[in-house]
Design a protein around this ligand. Structure first.
Ligand SMILES: Nc1nc2c(c(=O)[nH]1)N[C@H]1C(S)=C(S)[C@@H](COP(=O)(O)OP(=O)(O)OC[C@H]3O[C@@H](n4cnc5c(=O)[nH]c(N)nc54)[C@H](O)[C@@H]3O)O[C@H]1N2
Ligand SMILES: Nc1nc2c(c(=O)[nH]1)N[C@H]1C(S)=C(S)[C@@H](COP(=O)(O)OP(=O)(O)OC[C@H]3O[C@@H](n4cnc5c(=O)[nH]c(N)nc54)[C@H](O)[C@@H]3O)O[C@H]1N2
Ligand code: SF4
Ligand SMILES: [Mo]
Length: 830
């Protein structure tokens, strides 16, 4: 049942690639109750903090409600007919004048498969250019290349159950505890139930994932290839190879081993002790069931694809693949990162795991779509696409479900590129983002709980996201908007979809073209005749779907030793260690790493709406080893300025011995809407892996300086304020309002005066000055008891005091409960 009599609707979480099944039920007061779906095979009822808080994020605050035209600082609401006609006309004119390669789409792993499929079909099939890339370029591209080079296809061989059946789980460049929390819980429970299950974590820093680690290898940033080449040599030296497997099912072993053996001093390159290396290598060699989970510490590197193949080489060399409890496991980040790879919405793919440069594939798709102009050469990858915009080569771009002004490296250049591009369209659910601010036209689309379609998770399981709440304003599904534009460009027949189920069916049919006998890994043949009712009640399906799955299945690829290369054999890829593109130097002596926190999602457009999620990490921070802090005179909780050759950013210092001396870590989430000048991508160079195009987000030389601020303030308010006049602020969502954490070079008295200008007019003002540089101002509307604003300024807040004030604000004080320090109570006349 997708909807029980009790009103609970089955859907899928909006966030990470674990793809947890969620049950949601609207309440009479318009809220959304959330619980885990016990029957979903990915999470069996469990949810993490973000999943649990989904109900808090479906509020209308900040929603984009109408198609809006932006010109010279003014905004004009228009209707959908005008909006879609305008996109169609501008794209058609641009193509006519400058050719198909002068337009581009920049899309996202947060689109549903149906949206993604239609976007890809329109631009590649009918606009005639492959200039469509996805934020998955920043995320999964290196894994895609690694898989294709080794297996012939972009195939994730394992399923989640393998984590439970393994004897050794290796986490490489993955903070699973925070980024895939339900998977981490499954692993933790498996370990509790099995004393023999060992966990190794490979990460330059100690993370929360270390909680269950038997061994942590704090490797030098960027040295994973050396580590896994060392493993390959060890396996050979200790007669631990799967020789039968190598012989029967692979090519290129000798060359890969030869290069691995040339690796100069693995201990020196990785910065690890021989004993540590030995301990890891022995575990890998002696356990027959090994799963290697890897994520952005591997992918986001100028040698990302080689890192992936160095891992795959070790699994192939031991035959630890295709069997229960075995295999390399690239965990996906976004809810539909996998779906995007399936529909092929990257610049160098076609669709349905077919290839642009394969004439047979090209012909099949061109016929199926009725698209004689189907693009035949790869388009521009994300970073190159924005460079081409800056250079004036791309003149119209449509951005969907991603916030590149925050998430692409070298933010200043990205901003300049969007400013230079003559026509920028952005489809989003949120009105104010750094990217919508740079658009000429913004289009309101449905968000999670309003949109309907499918997503595919890390274990290739396709689940339905279902519509539960009505859409606010004029918000529409992404696929509808794209189809309207396509129809107006003259492609009505190919885009006459009435609902998302029709798109899914067409897509499932496309995967069957000349694929009746499983010639390609990706097949949805069992869903190609799905009727509307079947789509509506579709249960999770793991691909390949040969027959519709009514019961849970757990499938693995390569169990038969067959790979999707020309001769059916897997390929070893010879790789050698290359240092990251940039190195620390006298000007930029520290190494900056970046990643995620437990309770925020990317650029915070959604998690930033939930008070529950704001408490864990209320401000942008930088993790610093105490020795580094001492050297650069940084105090805990003070604000520091980080600078690189590309820009700078502010963050609150947090001391941690989990960091190496000389290395820093910043979370990626804060940006111009949630903090002043705290966006890490300001600092990051646009260096990319030359094969995968994925940026090196985890290795940036920087310097750090203390800001020497003299005062701090907390400003809580019911509605957001624009704090332009203070040097540093960070906004935290709290119950019924916002808390601004402020620091300043001003003395407390002067800061208090500055902040008074942000107090609303007309109401009751209660002020307190303790004579020792500590000021409290409370503001209420006349005749109301609820606090509207509260400002507290001090030279420094004692531990716990900020939280206490926020609680006080939340409790909406009654007159008689006013804090004892209030000595003035006056009407403010403005
Ligand atoms: N809470 C939360 N969860 C999320 C997301 C979110 O925004 N918030 N985003 C989702 C998305 S899209 C993604 S892609 C995933 C990302 O999930 P993860 O990849 O697990 O997360 P990151 O924090 O980006 O990076 C993982 C680790 O790589 C380490 N690392 C850095 N350099 C190296 C290196 O050279 N070698 C090795 N071995 N490790 C290195 C970092 O120290 C970091 O701890 O998370 C998903 N889940
Ligand atoms: N420094 C640094 N930078 C990084 C990374 C890193 O580790 N370090 N990681 C990179 C990675 S792995 C990723 S995945 C990216 C993520 O970066 P982004 O994709 O830029 O981040 P989001 O905040 O998820 O942006 C999604 C946008 O889509 C909107 N949205 C949500 N749902 C929908 C929908 O259904 N339709 C439409 N049209 N819009 C919707 C949201 O409001 C939001 O504005 O960041 C990358 N950038
Ligand atoms: S683990 Fe991922 S999919 Fe599951 S509830 Fe948490 S954020 Fe959602
Ligand atoms: Mo990602």
């Amino acid at each position: 049942m997708t909807q029980g009599n009790d009103g609970w609707v089955k859907t899928t979480c909006a966030y990470c690639g674990v793809g947890c099944g969620v049950e949601a039920r609207p309440t009479l007061s318009g809220e959304l109750e959330i619980r885990g779906d016990q029957s979903h095979p990915s999470n069996y009822g469990k949810l993490c903090t973000k999943g649990i808080a989904l109900g808090e994020t479906v509020i209308q605050d900040g929603r984009l409600l109408y198609p809006t035209l932006k010109a010279a600082g003014s905004e004009k609401k228009i209707d959908w007919t005008a909006a879609t006609s305008m996109v169609a006309t501008k794209f058609a004119e641009t193509i006519k004048e400058h050719g198909p390669d002068s337009v581009a789409f920049y899309v996202s792993g947060q689109l549903l498969t149906e949206d993604y499929y239609v976007a890809n079909k329109l631009i590649k099939g009918f606009m005639g250019t492959a200039n469509i890339d996805s934020n998955s370029r920043l995320c999964m591209a290196s894994s895609v290349v690694g898989h294709k080079r080794a297996f012939g296809t972009d195939t994730v061989p394992v399923c989640y159950e393998d984590l439970e059946q393994a004897e050794l789980v290796v986490l490489v460049g993955s903070n699973l505890a925070w980024c895939h929390p339900v998977l981490f819980q499954r692993l933790r429970i498996a370990k509790q139930n099995n004393d023999n299950l060992k966990v190794v974590v490979i990460d330059p820093r100690k993370t929360e994932s270390n909680e269950i680690a038997d061994l942590h290898l704090g490797i030098e940033s960027g040295s994973d290839v050396a580590l896994f080449n060392g493993l390959l040599s060890y396996l050979d030296d200790h007669d631990c190879l799967g020789e039968g497997f190598i012989e029967q099912h692979t090519n290129g072993f000798v060359e890969a081993l030869l290069l691995a053996k040339q690796e100069q001093s693995v201990a020196k390159t990785t910065g690890l002790q021989e004993e540590e290396l030995d301990a890891f290598y022995r575990l890998f060699a002696t356990n027959s069931k090994v799963v290697t989970v890897y994520s952005q510490g591997v992918n986001q590197s100028t040698s990302g694809a080689d890192k992936v193949n160095s891992i795959l080489n070790c699994h192939l060399a031991t035959g630890k693949i295709g069997k229960p409890g075995c295999g390399p496991f690239s965990v996906t980040g976004q809810p539909n990162a996998m779906g995007g790879r399936e529909v092929g919405a990257l610049a160098n793919m076609l669709c349905g795991h077919m290839e642009l440069d394969n004439p047979g594939d090209h012909h099949r798709v061109s016929e199926f779509w009725g698209a004689p102009d189907l693009a035949s050469k790869p388009g521009l990858k994300a970073v190159d696409m924005f460079d081409a915009m800056a250079d004036g080569k791309i003149k119209a771009v449509w951005i969907m479900a991603t916030n590149p002004a925050v998430s692409l490296p070298n933010s200043n250049k990205v901003k300049a590129a969007l400013e230079a591009c003559p026509f920028v369209v952005v489809s989003d659910c949120i009105a104010q983002t750094e990217t919508t601010a740079l658009a000429d036209l913004v289009l309101p689309v449905q968000g999670w709980s309003e949109k309907s379609g499918t997503v595919t998770n890390s274990e290739r399981r396709i689940s339905r996201q279902r519509r539960i709440l009505p859409s606010p304003g004029l918000a529409k599904p992404d696929w509808w908007v794209i189809s309207q534009v396509a129809q107006k460009m003259g492609f009505a027949e190919a885009f006459d979809y009435l609902h998302e189920g029709e798109i899914f069916r067409e897509y499932a049919q496309l995967t069957t073209l000349d694929n009746e006998n499983g010639e390609r890994d990706f097949s949805l043949i069992g869903l190609s005749r799905l009727d509307d009712q079947g789509y509506s009640v579709l249960k999770p399906q793991q691909w390949p779907v040969i027959e519709q799955q009514d019961k849970v299945v757990n499938k693995r690829f390569f169990a038969d030793g067959h790979f999707y290369t020309q001769d059916g054999r897997a390929c070893f890829i010879p790789v050698n260690h290359r240092a990251p593109q940039s190195a620390t130097n006298g000007d930029y002596p520290l190494l900056l790493n970046s990643g995620r926190v437990r309770d925020h999602w990317h650029t915070m457009t959604r998690t930033g709406l939930a008070a529950q999620l704001g408490e864990h990490m209320p401000e942008p921070y930088v993790l610093v080893h105490p020795e580094t802090a001492q050297r650069y005179k940084l105090q805990e909780k003070s604000i520091a300025k980080l600078s690189s050759a590309h820009g700078h950013c502010l963050a609150k210092v947090m001391l941690s011995t989990d960091q190496k001396v000389g290395e820093l870590f910043v979370p990626i989430h804060w940006n111009g809407l949630t903090a002043k000048n705290s966006k890490p991508c300001n600092l990051i160079a646009p260096y990319i892996d030359s094969v995968s195009g994925q940026p090196e987000f985890k290795h940036t030389p920087v310097k750090i300086e203390a800001c020497d601020y003299k005062s701090q303030a907390l400003f809580t308010t019911r509605t957001p304020i624009a704090l332009d006049d203070v040097e540093y602020w960070a906004r935290q969502k709290i119950q019924d309002g916002y808390a601004y954490h402020i620091q300043s070079t001003l003395e407390p008295r002067a800061l208090e005066q500055t902040l008074m200008s942000y107090i609303e007019s007309e109401g009751r003002l209660i002020q307190y000055d303790d004579g020792e540089q500590s000021f409290v101002t409370q503001f209420m509307l006349t005749n109301a008891l609820r606090l509207e604003q509260l400002v507290v300024v001090k030279s420094q807040f004692p531990l716990g005091e900020v939280e206490r004030y926020i609680t006080q604000f939340n409790q909406s004080l009654q007159d008689e409960e006013l804090p004892p320090f209030c000595i003035q109570d006056q009407e403010m006349v403005v």
